[in-house]
Design a binder for this molecule. Sequence first.
Ligand code: VIB
Length: 226
Amino acid sequence: MKFTDRLWNSVEDIWNGYLRHPFVTGLGDGTLEVDKFKHWLKQDYVYLVEYSRLMAIGAEKAPDLQTMNMFSEMLHGTLFGEMELHRQYAASFDIEESELLKTEPSAVNTAYTSYMLNHAQRGDAAAVAACLLACAWSYNYIGRALADKNPDLESNPYKQWIETYSGKDFSELNGTAMTLLNELADGKPERELAQLEEIVVKTSLYEYMFWDMCETQEEWPVQLNL
Ligand SMILES: Cc1ncc(C[n+]2csc(CCO)c2C)c(N)n1
């Protein structure tokens, strides 16, 4: 059994919770309020800056050149594929990249990226791959589920979002993320596999909290008036 098959058993219920989440169902049927989508776009842009650091750490910790290439492929896909799409979306709302970058990350956003960066810095390349997995895999899972459930996307304002995350490029990036973890986990003792599994479950829960944060348009909560 592949390690990702074992992981699927631990995250399936959480991930099916994403499919019932109002933000996600709103993307699927096109009813999501545009301000909530803009909130996601801004929070996600600064999230992806931190997420990109993970893959640079992975390349540095990679045990061989082939693994280094896979981390680098994902880094390139994020900086020039996914983030470019965010820049295009922002332009369509007259939001400049400089404004996206000024986004103050919400508490959930900071907790999520800090959790991953902490594990990536302390762990080995497999720990880095475990940190990356839920993000790449769950968006592809959600994109494909929404595309299946809503075959006619013509009048859906989030058509491009669904087509992007369910499409070929992101399915391939997800394939790379899964292969990376399966290869790096191969031969590890149960104690270490359980630690990797814990990272994938925690990041899956953070993904759920990220959807909630976008649904409630939660901002960094403290405004100091000094
Ligand atoms: C909170 C959050 N989680 C996951 C993704 C999706 N995602 C992150 S990296 C990656 C693979 C290559 O870019 C994908 C699909 C996101 N955008 N925001």
